[in-house]
Ligand binder design. Sequence first.
Ligand SMILES: [Zn+2]
Length: 170
Amino acid sequence: MRVVVGYTVLHPRVVPAIVRQGYEPELVDCTGDDSAWPRLLLSLFEVAEDVVIVEHDVEVRSGIFAAFEACPHPACFHRYRVGNQSWPEAFGEKDEEFGAFMPLGCTRLRAEALVALRVLADDPTFTETWVSRDPPMNAVLDAAGITKHRHPEMLVHHHDYSMRASDTPF
Ligand SMILES: [Zn+2]
């Protein structure tokens, strides 16, 4: 299972939290190129090797990668706070284990999900911006009937909301 971190402003707690669990993250610098992040995602879909996507300001917790490895579902994710909002406020959902909105802060995708997501390579709007690439991915998985499985632990989101969006896109 690969662990990939695309970043512009990498929070210092992100990599140590991954390494503590015995994984060496692949760090991909997305600075200065609006299409770098969606192109990185498309490359993961193409390779279709089981992967955890960790955003550059999300601190994972002990044991969650082992749980990702063990869980059979094709798409698994964790919750975290978004701005001052709780999870249901931010994502407009009930506290459901399955079928909920899947953000990309800490998400494990297996080949079945990654192959389904390849259709986004044919959508030129996907690489036009780094902003919110998770809604189109959710739409593809929903249309493909692929279950999104939410794991219970809340992760720490170190996003600095005082920064300009252009400085820290995800
Ligand atoms: Zn799962």
